[in-house]
Design a protein around this ligand. Sequence first.
Ligand code: HEC
Ligand code: HEC
Length: 162
Amino acid sequence: MAKKLFFTAAALLVVSGLVFGQGDESGLSKQSVFETPVPEPVGDERGDPGEEPLLPRPYATSPPLVPHAIVDMLPITRSENLCLDCHLLKEKEEGEPTPVPESHYVDLRNAPDKAGDTIAGARYNCVFCHVAPTRTELLVANDFARPLAADSTTDTEGGDPP
Ligand code: HEC
Ligand code: HEC
């Protein structure tokens, strides 16, 4: 069944490509969809944890950006989550990692009114929401304007997410 669906979807894609005249290029990729893209590394990571200042949040309520390198901490697996090794703290201490906030202990789907004892499953894969910017130019231009003051890391007033 799944196989049949897959082939139907694949056939539809090919047909729509022909109908709309896109040839074998599609989406944001600059090359044929039949090639395996090997992108250049996008840029240098930031420094080790604690070496560089926190980054301003892109918009109110956004997950804070990771201000340090993370490549050596990945992948996050069921048995290993290096992010939690450092961030699973109860209280903020000067110069130490920011503790995972209370919201991350709440299982919004099954028990939205109480904080559990452990990180909620939906929050376990930290890099699902927290991204670590590298030093690079934008790959694709956009006109998103950050609604917060430039020096704000915690301001929760301001605009809506893009
Ligand atoms: C070796 C310890 C260590 C590890 C491992 C680590 N961090 Fe950090 N992290 C820090 C330190 C130190 C800071 C900067 C101080 C702070 O949090 O206020 C920081 C800052 C952050 C911040 C910014 C918080 C804010 O309020 O702006 C985020 C988000 C973050 N880390 C996410 C992650 C994620 C996601 C991972 C796993 C991929 C991770 N960290 C792994 C130590 C660590
Ligand atoms: C589903 C998205 C999502 C996931 C997954 C997630 N976070 Fe967050 N995180 C957020 C959002 C949104 C905020 C800001 C609002 C808040 O505090 O709840 C935040 C805030 C934070 C902060 C800043 C807290 C503060 O007091 O300023 C830290 C540190 C953090 N997260 C660490 C983590 C770590 C470590 C993981 C993985 C175990 C993780 N987060 C997983 C969305 C997420």
